[in-house]
Write a protein that binds this ligand. Structure first.
Ligand code: ADP
Length: 158
């Protein structure tokens, strides 16, 4: 039987960020609850007011898009909640919880499908691949993340 100090099993990680509109609209608890209820494990969380430079690096792949200046202005307009979540298939699974980039194309039951309307105010970010997740985690959490074993591990995984 697992003890309280058992070494955590290494599982996939993703970077999830509640955007300034999600924070301003009081959706932090709602979004965290959806990841918790699914069975994913939180490994890091902090509220930060990111600099323009930090956010431009996060979205570097989109720098040639027409909406890039507006995206950076939006994303630096207030604090964000930066988080790392852990679990088997959590990168793709996190994107399922989020819904499509455009809320109008997001199914009911998803975060974006339930909680927002405009693509430019879509409340939450989630990494789109394992490689980008690890890059984003290093960018937002250079100090590292918590290693711990959840007591419900054996009730979430066979
Ligand atoms: P996702 O966040 O779903 O991974 P992208 O990486 O394509 O989507 O885009 C990053 C973010 O840029 C989106 O979440 C959204 O906030 C913004 N964005 C994407 N497309 C548009 C658009 N056409 N107009 C305004 N903002 C956009």
């Amino acid at each position: 039987m697992a003890s309280a100090s058992a070494a955590p099993v290494a599982r996939e990680r993703t970077y999830i960020m509640i955007k300034p509109d999600g924070v301003q609209r009081g959706l932090v608890g709602e979004i965290i609850a959806r990841f918790e209820r699914k069975g994913y494990k939180m490994a890091a969380m902090k509220l930060v007011k990111p600099s323009t430079e930090h956010m431009e690096e996060h979205y570097a792949d989109l720098k040639d898009k027409k909406f890039f200046p507006g995206l950076i202005k939006y994303m630096t307009s207030g604090p964000v909640v930066a988080m790392v979540w852990v679990g088997d298939g959590v990168v793709a699974g996190g994107r399922v919880l989020l819904g499509a980039t455009k809320p109008s194309e997001s199914a009911p039951g998803t975060i974006r499908g339930d909680l927002c309307i405009d693509v430019g105010r879509n409340v939450c970010h989630g990494s789109d691949a394992v490689e980008s997740a690890e890059k984003e985690i290093a960018h937002w959490f250079p100090e590292g993340v918590a290693e711990w074993t959840s007591h419900s591990e054996s009730w979430v995984y066979e």
